[in-house]
Design a protein around this ligand. Structure first.
Ligand code: G4P
Length: 541
């Protein structure tokens, strides 16, 4: 093959990668529990045809169904412990919806998942407005300037005034809002919404909604289409809406402006509109920063990173699936990828695609896609996989946990087994594990009690080791790093770590951390050691 044809071939490959990447929309839904995330997810899958295909036997290359089981604890508690990925096609685009656990005790999982999306839908309960978990998740999106589309849900119930809700979003999140639609009534009087983009009324109708094109909010036909008196209410509302800025794509994509849709996931109202908005505005995969360089999605060489490990998706096989977000290039079935952290070559013989609770082997996957790679504990969260290049994506975050517990082992003979169990479960991100420098029993850090329950029940079930947890006097920890990377600074760090080895530990990646019993103690250390940095967030690599 001569050189020209090789380069021509490469151009074709690159343009195919660019085209496939260009039609991917990878997003997550963020919401406070009960706001309607699950209901909205179902509605989106319905529109994307991902639910109807359940049970269908399809030809090669299409979706085939095998049920995956949830881990036992999840069934017992009815809580979605695991994050899953759902792929569907709509309007010529491939949507990858990355689901996140609703329970706040698993918020770390959610934070990691948000590192793998390009956009988010923020669901707000129209009666409650912004709630605690909405705010927290939003802040994580803001860290990465993730563009956000807002869906104000449950308009079929008594709701707060639209203006009040929009003001609350604007003020509490410091985020510009632009109502894409304006609701007419709420609860029993909810008649539909006015679409500010195309000047139409979308009316609540049998089986969903009915669209009536209008000349504008002053169009007299409105009074005939809405129940008595509602036309005036709408016109007043539209006047209020006019104070908000017009939609601006650049501002949205930079994460500064959110278009707001009003609807009812339960009634299927406003969901198609929301999905159309996502299709039109949400960004395709963009260039991602790695340590060595910035990686563009259309590059031919494959790169990606692991943001999630899910164990026991199939209880019969005791498997462990690593979720790889592809950042560039084409992944082909049977490829061997380099695990940059270890230099190992990882065979990807059967990359899995996920459709709700189904999975199928993918022949190929593109930037924006998320594939599952079954492995036996080789891959861990934060791992970068490439075609061979040594680069690491950053951005899978670890937050300093505030609940720190000492692990107690009933049978000291099982210490080695416990070590292995903790290592593997830390690889999966179930908890964070810290090993004190004085050699005492390991400490685990979590966001909520449920994580501890999951940890002890899995260690018992999968490793046959019984553990309990003991309170510690610590209320926080910080990763400790040098400001500069010179030998002198490293000597300072060593000196700091030796000041109180029982208060210091190494995390799962052997990075040093310090435990603190009070904010005061932490501040004092920060003052006394100005050459060091005390970090509440660590980006894994
Ligand atoms: P989540 O995943 O965010 O936690 O919320 P989920 O979808 O499970 O919804 C929480 C509750 O709110 C459910 O009621 C659900 O039916 C209801 N809901 C969701 N969207 C709407 C909506 O647009 N309008 C109204 N009126 N209700 C909505 P539940 O009683 O807890 O459960 P279920 O018995 O209805 O399943």
């Amino acid at each position: 093959m001569d050189r020209v044809s090789v380069s021509e071939q490469m151009d074709t490959a690159t343009s195919q990668t660019a085209a496939e990447a260009g039609r991917r929309r990878t997003f997550a839904i963020i919401a406070h529990p009960d706001a309607g995330k699950t209901t909205l997810t179902e509605q989106l899958l319905l529109l994307g045809g991902a639910i109807q295909i359940a049970g269908a036997v399809r030809a090669k290359g299409e979706r085939r169904r095998t049920r995956s089981d949830w881990m036992k604890i999840e069934q017992d508690r009815g809580i979605s412990v695991a994050t899953s990925v759902m792929t569907f096609e709509y309007a010529g685009q491939v949507f990858n919806l990355l689901d996140t656990p609703g329970h706040e005790d698993f918020s770390e999982d959610t934070y990691r998942t948000l590192s793998a999306v390009d956009a988010a839908v923020m669901v707000i309960d129209a009666a409650k407005g912004i709630e605690a978990q909405t705010r927290k998740l939003f802040e994580v999106c803001r860290l990465r300037d993730i563009p956000i589309v807002t869906f104000i849900n449950k308009m079929d119930r008594e709701a707060r005034e639209p203006l009040e809700l929009l003001d609350e979003i604007e003020k509490t999140l410091a985020l510009d809002v632009t109502p894409a639609t304006w609701p007419v009534g709420s609860g029993g009087t909810f008649a539909g919404v006015y679409d500010r983009h195309d000047n139409s009324l979308r009316l609540v109708a049998e089986g969903g909604e009915r669209r009536e094109a209008l000349d504008g909010p002053e169009d007299a036909r409105i009074d005939g289409l809405l129940p008595h008196g509602q036309g005036d209410v709408l016109r007043e509302g539209m006047e209020l809406a006019s104070v908000y800025p017009e939609f601006d794509l650049a501002s949205f994509r930079e994460g500064h402006l959110t278009p707001v849709y009003f609807g009812s996931a339960l009634r299927g109202f406003g969901v198609r509109h929301l999905l159309d908005g996502l299709a039109q505005f949400a960004p395709p995969p963009s260039a991602r920063r790695a340590d060595a360089r910035t990686v563009a999605p259309e590059e031919e060489k494959l790169t990606g990173f692991v943001f999630k490990i899910q164990a026991n998706t199939d209880l019969n096989h005791r498997d462990r699936v690593a979720f790889l977000r592809i950042c560039s290039g084409r992944l082909r079935k049977g490829a061997r990828l380099k695990q940059v952290r270890t230099g190992k070559s990882i065979p990807v013989n059967a990359p899995l695609f996920f459709f709700a609770k189904e999975r199928q082997v993918a022949e190929e996957a593109w930037p924006g896609d998320v594939v599952g790679i079954a492995n036996h504990g080789v891959l861990r969260i934060g791992d970068t996989l490439t075609d061979g290049e040594a680069l690491n994506f950053r951005g899978v975050p670890s937050f300093a946990p505030e609940i720190l517990r000492r692990v107690r082992l009933d049978d000291p003979m099982l210490a080695k087994k416990l070590r292995k169990a903790l290592d593997q479960l830390a690889d999966e991100g179930v908890v964070q594990v810290f090993r004190p420098l004085d050699g005492s029993q390991p400490v685990v850090g979590v966001v909520g009690q449920l994580q501890l329950d999951v940890l002890s029940s899995r260690i018992q079930a999968e490793y046959g080791v019984h553990i309990t947890f003991e309170n510690t006097s610590w209320s926080s920890l910080r990763w400790v790093a040098t400001k500069e990377d010179g030998p002198q600074d490293r000597a300072v760090l060593d000196r700091f770590l030796r000041t109180a080895p029982s208060q210091m530990a190494e995390d799962h990646d052997n990075e040093p951390v310090a435990f603190f019993t009070s904010d005061w103690g932490r501040k004092r250390a920060e003052e006394e050691w100005p050459q060091l940095r005390f970090l509440a967030l660590r980006e894994q690599h």
